[in-house]
Each structure stands twice: as structure tokens, then as C-alpha cells.
Write a protein that binds this ligand. Structure first.
Ligand code: NAD
Ligand code: FES
Length: 295
């Protein structure tokens, strides 16, 4: 059992948990994720890693209680635990492999949307530990939904908070905030890392393409096995078929086909949709485990 050592409510329906998982904590890198299974019959839930402490053997997860499984997960209390806690999965952020001298030359802006602030945090913390100052925008629909602001302020050089309704910080979405920084405050960025809802990442990429800023996004499509076998997390990047769980989750945002990804997310939710995808995607769809086929 992977024990819950701490549980916190960060915002309505958004929960933080520290899980005792020493082996996972020892090998985590920013950008990776875990798959949690609550009990024998439980669904496999992919979750982004918000923080990890190899000495304490803990991994911090943040999740939104939206579906049946995450709502059930939110009912678990400190002292209880999960049956499986598999990870770290996926590739580490490309920043981890970049030489420090190269990173030092860059002005980096992180763009965190809603719950996507959780996977941004370990990356910003990693940069802070390397002695590299970065800027970070945290966007949410309103003040109540802003998470991890104080934590982010401890690791980023500048934190800009933006709310769609103007209830806190800059009034507008994250793109309005990027435009304000670049056009009005004359900030210059060489790299943007945007993590949040897919629609946000799509529009951030349209803007940064216009501005000529290389942009990395973290894709979190529906995942089933998390090991590249089932095909659930398929997406197209630069005209090539990729699987977010093994090839990502981070990709060059200017190459991601966001519209296809959003459409696929919807279709994957129904039996009919999965059958159409299987037909359309042919041999590259992959079978077994995703419920699309009897193979
Ligand atoms: P949200 O819907 O409240 O959006 C957060 C912010 O995104 C908004 O405040 C706004 O600033 C920005 N945004 C939204 N639409 C935009 C647009 N069209 N143009 C520019 N900016 C826009 O966020 P939420 O409710 O926290 O999001 C939940 C979603 O985030 C879920 O679908 C979840 O799957 C996804 N998510 C993604 C990741 C990831 O790794 N990419 C991680 C966690 C959650
Ligand atoms: Fe990626 Fe199954 S979740 S292939």
C-alpha cells in the first residue's frame, strides 16, 4: 500500500496529496507522471507529479476531482493508501538534459493554466536549484482557483497571476498576460513552457508562433496503460504518430495537432467513437487493453 501522508484542499475540487512511494521518489524528474490505482478493481488514473523528495521518499500529486474515480480518490484520507502507484512514467522534461550554460543564456517563461500549475512547479523548482531565474504566469478562471502561488513565488524570479474575471491579479487569460509582458513591459523570451488545458496550450502556441518563441507543451490525453501498448494517448506531432505516455508528455507545441487531439479525446470516450478511431487509424491505432477491439 502507498500511504497518504498528507492531504490538502488547494481550491474547490482540487486536492494535493503526499504519497509515501520511496522508489518512485528516488527516480523522478520534472515532466514525468504516475499512474494510480486505488484498489484491485480501480481505474488506472494518470496524474502529474507536483513535487518529490527522495530523502523523505514522498511524491506529491495534485488532482481535480471531476470523474467518478478522482471523486472517490478525493474521499481518501491521511493514513489510507493506494494499491498501485506506478512511475515515474514518460520522458523527463527536455530542460533536464540541456547543458546549464545553454539554459543560462535563455529567458524562460512558464505558463501554468489552472491545475496545470502543478506540473509546472517541479520544473520551475528544478531551474531554481540550478540557479536559473525564470518567469511564470499562473492563470485561472478566478481567484479561488489559483493554486500554488506562494510555492511558485519561492522558486520563480517573477510570478504573474492572471484571472479571466479579473478577481485577482491581471485581468484576462494567460495569452493576454503574455501579450502584456512582451508588448507593454518589453520582456523578451526565448522559450515558453505552457502546461494547462489543451485549449489554452493551443492558443498559447498560436501566439508564440507569431512572436517567434519556441514553445514546449505537456499533453495529457486519456491514458490507459501508460506504457505505449494500448494506443489511447495517440496524437500527431509534426505529421508523425506519437504516444504521449512514452514519447512525451512534452512536445514542441508548434508541431502538435491540437484540434485532432481534442476531437480524439471526445471520440475515445464512447464505444462508437473508439470503433471509428480504430477503423481510421488502422495499424497505427494499436490494440489490446483500450477497449477498442477484441484483440
Ligand atoms: P481552466 O479551464 O480554469 O483554465 C485555466 C486557464 O487557462 C484560464 O484561466 C486561462 O487563462 C487559460 N485559458 C483557457 N482557455 C484559454 C484560451 N482559449 N486561450 C488562452 N488561455 C486560455 O483550467 P482547469 O479547469 O484547471 O483545467 C482543467 C484541464 O486542464 C483539464 O482538462 C485537465 O485535463 C487539464 N490539465 C492538463 C495538464 C497537462 O499536463 N497539460 C495538467 C493538469 C490538468
Ligand atoms: Fe499511452 Fe496506452 S496510455 S499508449
Amino acid at each position: 500500500m502507498y500511504e497518504i501522508l498528507k492531504k490538502e484542499i488547494l481550491a474547490p475540487n482540487i486536492y494535493l496529496m503526499d504519497i509515501h512511494a520511496p522508489r518512485v521518489a528516488k527516480s523522478c524528474y520534472p515532466g514525468q507522471f504516475v499512474i494510480v490505482k486505488m484498489d484491485e478493481k480501480g481505474e488506472r488514473i494518470p496524474l502529474t507529479i507536483c513535487d518529490y523528495n527522495s530523502e523523505a521518499g514522498t511524491v506529491t500529486i495534485v488532482f481535480q476531482a471531476l470523474g467518478n474515480s478522482t471523486k472517490r480518490m478525493a474521499e481518501y484520507e491521511t493514513g489510507e493508501g493506494f494499491r498501485d502507484f506506478t512511475g515515474p512514467l514518460g520522458c523527463k522534461s527536455e530542460l533536464v538534459d540541456e547543458p546549464i550554460e545553454e539554459l543560462q543564456k535563455k529567458n524562460i517563461l512558464f505558463v501554468a493554466g489552472g491545475v496545470g500549475t502543478a506540473p509546472v512547479y517541479p520544473q520551475v523548482k528544478y531551474m531554481k536549484n540550478l540557479g536559473i531565474d525564470v518567469d511564470c504566469i499562473i492563470g485561472a478562471r478566478n481567484k479561488e482557483l489559483i493554486i500554488l502561488e506562494e510555492e511558485m513565488k519561492k522558486v520563480a524570479e517573477n510570478v504573474y497571476v492572471a484571472t479571466d474575471d479579473g478577481s485577482y491579479g491581471f485581468k484576462g487569460n494567460v495569452n493576454d498576460c503574455i501579450k502584456d509582458l512582451v508588448n507593454n513591459q518589453r520582456k523578451h523570451y526565448d522559450l515558453v513552457i505552457a502546461i494547462g488545458p489543451i485549449i489554452m496550450m493551443k492558443f498559447v502556441c498560436i501566439l508564440t508562433k507569431e512572436l517567434g518563441i519556441h514553445t514546449i507543451v505537456s499533453m495529457n490525453p486519456i491514458m490507459v496503460d501508460g506504457t505505449g501498448m494500448c494506443g489511447a494517448c495517440r496524437l500527431t506531432v509534426g505529421g508523425q504518430v506519437k504516444f504521449a505516455c512514452v514519447d512525451g508528455p512534452e512536445f514542441d507545441g508548434h508541431l502538435v495537432d491540437f484540434d485532432e487531439s481534442m476531437k480524439r479525446q471526445q471520440m475515445y470516450k464512447t464505444v462508437e467513437g473508439r470503433a471509428i478511431l480504430k477503423e481510421k487509424e488502422g495499424a497505427t491505432h494499436k490494440g489490446g487493453g483500450c477497449g477498442c477491439s477484441d484483440d
